[in-house]
Design a protein around this ligand. Structure first.
Ligand SMILES: [Cu+2]
Length: 158
């Protein structure tokens, strides 16, 4: 009896794993009035010391909040950056006050715009990996979100 059941249980378990992996996008992660969607990290080439992360944050509350920090085990320092155009050249810089998330609005961190920047990487971000990133908000507090690592070309999954 056990010999018959075990292969079936094994098959069911593998089907379950397959189903979980095949889901295209994770459900929004909620913290306070905020919902976090479509998180991803860009894969880094060998030896790179800096990595970038992107996500979408929606504030369903009635008060403004701010994304003030990000952290991951592979990096000693995470920052929230903005991109600006100065004399035709793109520059990026940390936002000293963090990134405002106005009430009723969705703020997108995406290539060419706001992004998370992880400095002093101790290892590569490899495509296919999942990395836990802890985001800190001024009012909503901290939340850990699983960020999949996408290819160097970095097309985010919607
Ligand atoms: Cu940056």
């Amino acid at each position: 009896m056990l010999k018959l059941l075990c292969p079936v249980a094994g098959l069911l378990a593998s089907l379950f794993i397959f189903t979980a992996v095949a889901q295209p996008a994770q459900a929004p992660v909620k913290v306070g009035a905020l919902a976090i969607e479509a998180p991803w990290l860009r894969a880094t080439p060998g030896g790179a010391k800096v990595g970038a992360g992107y996500l979408r944050i929606t504030n369903a509350g009635s008060e403004a909040d701010r994304l003030t920090g990000a952290a991951m085990p592979l990096s000693t320092r995470g920052e929230v950056h903005e991109m600006t155009m100065q004399n035709g050249v793109m520059h990026m810089a940390p936002l000293p006050q963090g990134l405002a998330i106005p009430p009723g609005k969705t703020v997108e961190l995406k290539p060419g715009g706001y992004h998370l920047m992880f400095l002093d990487l101790k290892g590569a971000l490899k495509q296919g990996d999942n990395v836990d990133v802890t985001l800190t908000f001024e009012k909503a507090g901290s939340v850990t979100v699983r960020f999949p690592v996408e290819g160097l070309g970095g097309a985010p999954r919607m």
